[in-house]
Each structure stands twice: as structure tokens, then as C-alpha cells.
Design a protein around this ligand. Structure first.
Ligand code: AMP
Ligand code: TRP
Length: 337
């Protein structure tokens, strides 16, 4: 029943990102780099969407939501997503996903959803849950199932949600007695753990993030806030447990990492004293170098909002065709048509 062979769908990879704040180095190294590399290596369709329906579980400001959707789209495009191959779209431009959410809700027991860690964590943190927050995993399952996704690359925190999507695909297929939904698989992205300014996980909500497109003085000011120990200038710096080095490593290849370690161990670079201040300046330089081309593309995109709209519209048209096919199968199987 859960065998998706009768559906004869091509391989499809899908991932979503919430437009709830400025994207930072944790998002970049933890998700976006992998997303951008995928279209060249994945032998099938790639779908990336901006989860604005999900954002409504927390965002209450329409202007902010619109701005953040644009920010996420511009960021993906500036960083080089190939939109000939990959579909980039806004979740709410494919409203079929909400219809599938309802169908999934009708076959899914409350017990399954009550076990969601993300939901329990939020409630434990004092958030008063809305039905939207409670049903977050059902909408997420609909995102995945509506496009017949075969692979969903995610961070560890999202694995349970994908397992729920697998369960919901099975519930539907069993309920209607035929395979209408494909069971997806999760794939853990090779995401490194990116520490924030304070050494805790970098996150929009902890106020410890370095935005991808920070530059110049504001960037140097932010990087200056990375917490270090108080090793005096000129003494050897510890290479274990250093937040500056942990972030710097993400920008360097093996030879670059070894080179910085020689400066750390010596407390000197080219015969001059080398301390945390120098390491931070070097980090800011590496970051600006890495994103130099993306900055240029970003400026062009910000000056041409119609181009961004056109990319999102094209992505939505292509994605919607896949969603419509799934919904037609489901409606017929449930007896709605
Ligand atoms: P979030 O901002 O929590 O919605 O996360 C969006 C994506 O970025 C998810 O795939 C996360 O796993 C990834 N991500 C966010 N913060 C970090 C971090 N500090 N280190 C690694 N990956 C992260
Ligand atoms: N919940 C995901 C996150 O917070 C975002 C998301 C929504 C998603 N729908 C999805 C990820 C479908 C993968 C597949 O990171």
C-alpha cells in the first residue's frame, strides 16, 4: 500500500525555510549551501519554498512578512540558486497545500500530533498554542506530500516532522485503499553546528546571529562581539572551544584552517602579535570575500523587484502543476469528485 512504484513519480527533493527573520550564517552553512548545490547533483526535480503559511503561526505583521519573503527569495537568488533547474516559490502561491492539509487532518489521530517535540517544546516555553501551531506538522506533511517529494533534506530537529509525514502518507493510502501519496524519506543535511556570538547555537531568536549579508563597520562590530576568553595579545590562543575559530573554519579549506592554527599556536602572524581581535578582523574579511559576488547580485535583485516576482511566479506555476495532480488523485480517491 505504501509502495510508491504505482505512482511512477520521478525523484523529487524538497525543502522549506520560514520567512521569520534575517537569514544568518547558521542558515547558510546549515541549510542554504546544501540547497544551492543540490540542483547540479540531484537527478530529479528540486523544490525550495518560502514557508509563509507556517510563519503565520508566529508572525503578526503583514509588512514584515512580505519583506521577509522577499528577503529569503533575494538571498537564495543572490547566492546563486539555479532556478532553471530548481523551483523557488512562495508556499501560499500553491493553496492546494491547505486542501491537502485538511485531508491529512481527517485521517490523522490527535495522538500523533500531540507527540511532536517542537510543539511540546514551544508549549513548555510558555507559548500559548494556536490550532495553527498544533497543526504545524500536518501543514508540513502536506508541503512534502503534495509535490510527491521523495527526499527531504533537513536538520535533526525536523526529522520527527518528516516521520509524521511518512505516517500520514500511509494513513491516506490505507484510508482510500490505493497509493495516492508517496512516502518521503528524510536526509540529514551535512550541516555543521554554527555557534552564535555567545557560543550558543546561532539563531534568529537568540540575538546572537551574524546576517549573511552584513558588511563593513556593522559586520566588524558584530564580529567584535564574539565571546572569547581573555588570553592576552601575543600569547598562544587555544584552538579548542574558540567561537571565532569555529566560525572561521566554515569559510576555510584544510590548508586555510591549518594556517590559522599556526597563528593561534604561535600567538603571532608574520612576526606580528596575533590575538582575538586579529582573528575577528580576518573572519570579517573571509566573510566579505566569500559573499562578494552575492552582494553584487543582491544589489541588482533589490533594484529589480519584478525579476524576483517573476522567478517566484514561475516557480509557483511549475510547483502548482505537481500539486494539482496530487490533489486530483486525492479528491477522487476520497470521493470528493
Ligand atoms: P531556522 O532558522 O531555525 O528556521 O532554520 C532554518 C534552517 O537553517 C534549518 O535547516 C536549520 O537546521 C538551519 N540552521 C539554523 N540555525 C543553524 C545553526 N546555528 N547551525 C546549523 N544549522 C542551522
Ligand atoms: N519546519 C521547517 C523549519 O522550521 C520549515 C518547513 C516547512 C519545511 N515545511 C517544510 C522543511 C517542508 C522541509 C519540508 O525549518
Amino acid at each position: 500500500m505504501t509502495d510508491d512504484a504505482p505512482l511512477e513519480l520521478p525523484p523529487r527533493i524538497l525543502s522549506g525555510i520560514q520567512p521569520t527573520g534575517e537569514l544568518h550564517l547558521g542558515n547558510y552553512f546549515g541549510a542554504i549551501v546544501q540547497h544551492i548545490a543540490l540542483p547540479a547533483e540531484f537527478p530529479g526535480e528540486c523544490l525550495f519554498f518560502i514557508a509563509d503559511y507556517h510563519a503565520l503561526t508566529t508572525v503578526r505583521d503583514p509588512a514584515f512578512l512580505r519583506e521577509m519573503v522577499r528577503h529569503v527569495a533575494v538571498t537564495y537568488l543572490a547566492l546563486g540558486l539555479d532556478t532553471e533547474k530548481a523551483m523557488l516559490f512562495r508556499q501560499s502561491d500553491v493553496p492546494e497545500v491547505t486542501e491537502l492539509t485538511w485531508l491529512l487532518m481527517c485521517v490523522t489521530g490527535m495522538g500523533l500530533i500531540e507527540r511532536a517535540h517542537a510543539f511540546k517544546d514551544k508549549v513548555a516555553n510558555g507559548i500559548k498554542p494556536s490550532m495553527g501551531l498544533f497543526c504545524y506538522p500536518v501543514l508540513m506533511a502536506a508541503d512534502i506530500l503534495v509535490y510527491g517529494s521523495s527526499v527531504v533534506p533537513v536538520g535533526k530537529d525536523q526529522v520527527q516532522h518528516i516521520e509524521m509525514a511518512q505516517d500520514m502518507a500511509t494513513y491516506v493510502n490505507e484510508a482510500v485503499g490505493q497509493p495516492v501519496l508517496r512516502r518521503p524519506e528524510w536526509r540529514l543535511s551535512k550541516a555543521p553546528y554554527v555557534p552564535g556570538l555567545d557560543g550558543k547555537k546561532m539563531s534568529k531568536s537568540y540575538g546572537n546571529a551574524i546576517p549573511i549579508f552584513a558588511t563593513g563597520k556593522p559586520l566588524r562590530k558584530l564580529v567584535g562581539k564574539i565571546v572569547t576568553d581573555s588570553t592576552p595579545l601575543g600569547d598562544p590562543l587555544p584552538t579548542e572551544g574558540c567561537n571565532v575559530l569555529a566560525i572561521l573554519d566554515l569559510f576555510l579549506d584544510d590548508a586555510g584552517r591549518e594556517e590559522v592554527r599556526t597563528w593561534y599556536r604561535a600567538g603571532a602572524r608574520d612576526g606580528q602579535p596575533f590575538g582575538y581581535g586579529h582573528a575577528k578582523v580576518y573572519l570579517a574579511e573571509c566573510m566579505e570575500r566569500r559573499f562578494a559576488e552575492a552582494h553584487v547580485r543582491r544589489e541588482a535583485l533589490l533594484a529589480d523587484p519584478a525579476r524576483v516576482d517573476a522567478v517566484l511566479a514561475d516557480g509557483a506555476t511549475r510547483a502548482r502543476a505537481l500539486a494539482t495532480a496530487t490533489l486530483e488523485r486525492c479528491r477522487a480517491a476520497f470521493g470528493l469528485r
